[in-house]
Design a binder for this molecule. Structure first.
Ligand code: FRU
Length: 491
């Protein structure tokens, strides 16, 4: 079915409850459905929004077009959790129901204030000639999850910025409020992050200026910027669309990258002593629009959209698409960003069915379903291939080719199931330290693999669409290895 513009922007009230129920059932019964990751109740999921801690709970929403696997009229779909692992659906919190967000309640963030959660987001408005105007909007959410939008926009775009001005991240620093936004300058169409400041949340917003983040140009548009403080450093996570690959290489259609600075200068809009060359946040195939924030205790967490813009996925045929990653905790060691599963991920383990292995092995135990955690250390001085999600006839698998001598890991999803975004390659190559043991910590959730490498020095996230019976785990040759396997419960 061809999705026309008219269909994508059809008002929600034109659909019946039955239409939605049918779509929810269809998504719910998919063999590729996720069981311990946030996934759309129906339709398309994209960016995580409003990730924060409020009223003793963690909150996150996702961008959602509920009526099909396409980018249409977007809302925020709200989830909450007490442990960052088990998430409960809380319904739609922001819908496109005013003149300012008439064509989508786009991405934004949240900040807890005076017993309420303040949501700041971009209202996407288009006129009848389809000319876009972005508005930065505010709304208060109370403890029950009831939302009241502010009547007027917080601010509009400055004249030097094009129509591409969105995704505010709200921060509080030294008694002031700040927002960083993804922006494109109008004259030279360059990607930037724009910093705004106010003494109050509801008004008084003014531009501080474009943030100095790198000596290089950050493509033609930056989406979803996030500033987060990690182990006494400032980390900027952002999506520089169209970034020159000579500045920093990437294979996905659009990259999600980060820069590390010693600190952030809010007065002069600069990432102090920036690492300059952005680094891929994730080395897999499908991470974009990640959102990060500092919890009240200072810890830094990140959650990502597992999906890419302008990309089709096999579940589109089932009228749903994409999911969010698990939440990861951020640290910096030796100038490098580490991402680790949060402590509470252990609560998913079915400990009574834990299987331990050690020795020179070709085969691992075979899990009962594609819902497990696998942690292993492959001893150094070995090369080979670890096959996951393997079929009985040996023809299909997700192949991890490792070379611990030269220090390389190649992730190959060519043979794991239905093809996805093959124009952008079917392998991803990750550099490892030479002559070191290789630690792999892998989470499988029916159509999602999250691979933490060497305690999270790199993470590779990918979707796959394989026969759910393909559960063999084996090496291509006997390999010195030890580790554990746990089936996981649903969230
Ligand atoms: C990124 C993005 C954001 C925008 C949102 C709309 O994926 O394009 O820039 O706010 O998605 O759904």
């Amino acid at each position: 079915m061809e999705w026309t513009r008219e269909m994508r922007y059809r008002p929600y009230q034109d659909y019946s409850a039955m239409d939605l129920l049918k779509l929810q059932r269809q998504a719910g019964s998919s063999p590729y459905q996720l069981h311990y990751h946030i996934h759309p109740a129906s339709g398309l999921l994209n960016d995580p929004n409003g990730f924060n801690f409020f009223n003793h709970e963690w909150h996150v929403s996702y961008q959602n077009f509920p009526f099909g696997a396409v980018h249409g009229l977007k809302s925020w779909m709200h989830m909450s959790s007490t442990d960052l692992v088990h998430w409960q659906p809380r319904g739609m919190v922001l819908t496109p129901d005013t003149q300012y967000d008439s064509h989508g309640a786009y991405s934004g963030s949240a900040l807890a204030k005076d017993g309420h959660l303040f949501l700041m987001y971009t209202g996407n408005h288009r006129d009848k000639d389809w000319t876009r105007t972005p508005y930065q909007l505010g709304a208060w959410m109370d403890k029950k999850g009831q939302v009241e939008k502010l009547k007027q926009p917080l601010f509009s775009k400055p004249t030097n910025i094009s129509e591409h001005f969105r995704d505010p991240q709200l921060l509080e620093h030294n008694g002031h409020y700040y927002a960083i936004l993804g922006a494109q300058t109008a004259d030279d169409e360059a990607g930037h992050i724009d910093l705004w400041e106010s003494d109050q949340l509801e008004d008084g917003w003014h531009e501080v200026g474009l943030v100095q983040i790198s000596q290089y140009q950050m493509g033609y548009m930056v989406e979803c910027p996030n500033l987060v403080f990690v182990d006494d450093h400032a980390v900027m996570i952002f999506c520089p669309q169209g970034l020159n690959k000579q500045v920093s290489d990437y294979q996905n259609i659009y990259p999600n990258m980060y820069l590390i600075g010693d600190n952030f200068d809010f007065d002069h809009a600069a990432l102090i002593n920036s690492s300059n060359t952005p680094v891929n946040l994730d080395y897999g195939f499908d991470v974009y629009a990640s959102q990060a924030f500092n919890a009240p205790d200072g810890r830094a967490y990140v959650i990502s959209w597992v999906g890419l813009p302008d990309t089709t996925y096999p579940t589109d045929d089932e009228n749903w698409a994409n999911c969010l990653s698990q939440v990861k905790e951020l640290h910096i060691r030796d100038g490098q960003l580490y991402q680790q599963p949060v402590e509470a991920m252990r609560t998913l383990r079915i400990e009574s069915k834990r299987y331990e292995f050690a020795g020179t092995l070709p085969m691992m135990p075979e899990p009962l379903s594609q819902q497990y955690e696998l942690a292993m250390t492959i001893e150094k001085k070995q090369t080979g291939t670890l096959h996951l999600l393997g079929s009985q006839d040996g023809k299909h698998s997700l192949a991890l080719h490792f070379d611990t001598k030269q220090g390389q890991l190649v992730i190959d999803r060519d043979q794991v199931g239905q093809p996805v975004a093959t124009d952008h390659g079917t392998t991803r190559t990750i550099q490892l330290p030479e002559q070191q043991n290789l630690k792999l910590h892998i989470y499988i959730d029916h159509s999602l693999a999250e691979i933490f490498i060497n305690d999270g020095a790199q993470v590779a996230t990918l979707r796959y669409f394989a026969d759910q019976n393909n559960n063999r785990i084996y090496f291509n040759q006997p390999t010195k290895v030890q580790g554990s396997l746990w089936p996981l419960s649903n969230m």
